[in-house]
Design a protein around this ligand. Structure first.
Ligand code: HAM
Length: 421
């Protein structure tokens, strides 16, 4: 049998309601904060990610799905959403439009990573990007949207916001020197990637997944000691805006993020509910990226949440979401009744009730069994006598009560019954 590729997951109908709850919550949250949806291609020219995500990152160096198309162009399946949104913004001339620009997306993304719980090769993200605002208020707004979203999902008390600043280019240059000095004596014992990182981008060492390297990173200097006055003032302002908004956070100088485009504020929301891949949402400010895409300098801030990780967290809890079960099953005792059942079903669906009827010529007993499996609340049985009188018993399964109701009044009857209960 042909099997699903490693690191991918089928979303099965039984879990659809939870996916949809997360997606609906994402859309509703984004809308409340004035973000509109943007859709960009699943694949882009490889160059976009080399320039956007950065060529010292694991994503670009090890994890991209890159191939030549039939025209010989190098194409990459998007490993994340930010670079594509930046390209679309520039290419469609949106810089000339109203600012700030605020867009959100629900996408699939692809990374060739070692699969484990919460780490997939095809995964999904809810992301939001805000362009044009350099003020710390914009950082706070992105974080407020992220925490509103997690609160609406019922995950607020199970997540921790970790906040850091990685400063601007000049703070990072000084910090990089401090890191080189710190790691140099140990570099012989560290992995080959870290040896390369030492010169190219020593901050990446802090993010190394290799256990042998991790033991050296714990005593490394903290970025926060190298912030320039402007970056420090920006970070202090973000923290005080979060304080005023009642958003709790932990300052964590270990948060460096796995992408090169960040500057100043970076943040992650982590949870204890889902094991090692604990980050459910990550983001930050990236003031240099749009300029790198040949746009005029445009400050930017945003985040993305991993949908599969959120689902794992919700499944670990008594999630505040329930599937809407079918309202009515219309059983037919004979062939003629089954035909009438189909038209009555259409009438009830027209009134907004989820309605099922027999499609498999089953016996009445088997139809009841199926209705029970579906979790239906009401069953209407049609036979010769019901067709003649235009009335049928509406049975309420869980209370075992039944009432005779005219066909045309069944929809209203069920709606009333539901309202009363
Ligand atoms: P990221 O931290 O690489 O950031 O990914 C964001 C979230 O996507 C992670 O926190 C995690 O929940 C989820 N995620 C990442 N990789 C995987 C994977 N292999 N399997 C399952 N879930 C995963 C970004 O992608 C940035 N573009 C976020 C951003 C937007 N920054 C500014 N704007």
């Amino acid at each position: 049998m042909i099997q699903i590729p490693k690191g991918c997951k089928d979303m099965l109908p039984a879990d659809a309601y939870l996916w949809q709850a997360v997606e609906d919550t994402a859309r509703e949250s984004a809308k409340l904060y004035g973000f509109k949806e943007i859709r960009t291609p699943v694949f882009e020219h490889t160059e976009l990610f080399l320039r956007g995500v950065g060529d010292t990152t694991d994503i670009v160096n090890k994890e991209m799905y890159t191939f030549l198309d039939k025209g010989g162009r190098s194409i990459t399946l998007r490993p994340e959403g930010t670079a594509g949104v930046a390209r679309a913004f520039v290419e469609n001339g949106l810089q000339g439009g109203a600012m700030p620009f605020k867009a959100y997306y629900l996408i699939s993304a692809f990374r060739y990573e070692r699969p484990q719980a919460g780490r997939l090769r095809e995964f999904h993200q809810f992301g939001a990007e805000l362009y044009g605002a350099a003020s710390p208020v914009a950082d706070a707004e992105a974080i407020l949207l992220a925490s509103h979203f997690l609160r609406e999902l019922g995950l607020e008390q199970y997540t921790t916001l970790r906040l850091n600043s990685i400063g601007c280019k000049s703070c990072r240059a000084r910090y990089a020197e401090a890191l080189r000095a710190y790691f140099r004596p140990h570099i012989g014992e560290m992995c080959e990637d870290c040896r390369e990182r030492l010169e190219k981008n020593p901050m990446r060492i802090l993010d190394c997944k290799n256990e042998g390297c991790k033991k050296f990173t714990s005593g490394a200097p903290s970025m926060l000691d190298y912030l320039c006055d402007d970056c420090r003032a920006h970070f202090d302002a973000v923290k005080s805006l979060l304080d005023t908004s009642g958003i709790g956070y932990t300052v964590d100088p270990r948060i460096v993020r796995g992408l090169d485009y960040y500057s100043r504020t970076v943040f992650e929301f982590t949870t204890d509910l889902i094991g090692a891949q604990a980050t459910v949402l990550g983001g930050g400010r990236y003031d240099g990226l749009l300029e790198q895409m040949d746009a005029k300098p445009t400050p930017a801030v945003g985040f993305a949440a991993g949908i599969e990780r959120l689902l794992l967290a919700l499944q670990a809890l008594d999630a505040p979401f329930a599937e809407r079960l079918p309202d009515v099953y219309i059983a037919g005792m004979d062939a003629t009744s089954r035909v009438r059942a189909l038209s009555l079903a259409e009438q009830l669906r027209g009134a907004g009730l989820i309605t099922e009827c027999d499609l498999m010529d089953r016996s009445l007993k088997a139809q009841f069994k199926y209705a029970d499996k579906l979790g239906v609340r009401f069953v209407v049985v049609l036979g010769e006598e019901e067709l003649a009188s235009g009335e049928a018993q509406v049975k309420h399964l869980s209370s075992s009560t039944a009432e005779r109701v005219k066909f045309d009044e069944i929809a209203q009857y069920i709606k009333e019954y539901r309202r009363r209960k």
